[in-house]
Design a protein around this ligand. Structure first.
Ligand SMILES: Cc1cc2nc3c(=O)[nH]c(=O)nc-3n(C[C@H](O)[C@H](O)[C@H](O)COP(=O)(O)O)c2cc1C
Length: 197
């Protein structure tokens, strides 16, 4: 009987501890999954080769209730290390990669996010190709980048290439897929809530 009481007490204690530890974290994360701001009709444009930029794009989409447009290239990239050589070549406007799909109609959006991985310290060539075809016609565009530790001149270069846009320098995200889920969610929510739009 004593043994039974003891094990039941430990079981109840254990369950309570798990609940006390995880419940506030969970509700905090859920509360932080929405933006307090109303940005109007939002479009999130992104290119992603290995998932990092997609991860951020999807979170922005969820938090702002946005439409999404993925930039896709006609030719597939080979795996590392060849990709570094190809990417370097494609930094030249003559070698920008062909895109698979036509560009979205920007006119229906109030705010456009554009996300890219950093390639060679600047905007990745599929996004450079996209920007070379896009005319944002006085739209507000927020850039964001994912990278491994050095984003170089990404934001300055992006601003120069986004034709007719009112560019708001966005945020860089380092090693996204290694980031803690809750930290990442909160980082994005704080960023969106503090955007000066
Ligand atoms: C061709 C190539 C060049 C890269 N150049 C840089 C760089 O200059 N600086 C950096 O911090 N990371 C660099 N990276 C790492 C990527 O920016 C980083 O892994 C990014 O988050 C990848 O995004 P994705 O998963 O959406 O494709 C490079 C990666 C590739 C494939």
């Amino acid at each position: 009987m004593f043994k039974y009481l003891l094990s039941t007490t430990f079981l109840v204690l254990g369950i309570s501890m798990i609940f006390i530890t995880y419940y506030p974290l969970k509700t905090y994360a859920e509360e932080n999954n929405v933006t307090k701001k109303d940005f109007g009709k939002v479009l999130v444009v992104y290119y992603s080769l290995s998932g990092n930029t997609r991860n951020i794009a999807m979170r922005i989409k969820e938090k702002t209730n946005a439409d999404i447009y993925e930039i896709k290239t006609v030719r597939k990239y080979s795996s590392s290390p060849m990709i570094y050589i190809t990417a370097k070549k494609e930094m030249n406007p003559k070698n920008y990669p062909d895109l698979k799909e036509k560009l979205p109609d920007f006119s229906q959006y109030d705010l456009i996010f554009v996300g890219s991985p950093v390639w060679w310290y600047t905007v990745a060539s599929p996004v450079l190709s996209f920007l070379s075809q896009a005319d944002f016609k006085e739209k507000t565009v927020v850039s964001f980048a994912t990278h491994g530790g050095n984003y170089g001149s990404f934001f300055e270069d992006f601003e120069k290439k986004a034709k007719n846009a009112n560019v708001i320098k966005g945020k860089d995200f380092k090693k996204v897929l290694k980031e803690n889920e809750i930290t990442l969610n909160n980082k994005i929510s704080n960023w969106l809530n503090n955007l000066n739009i």
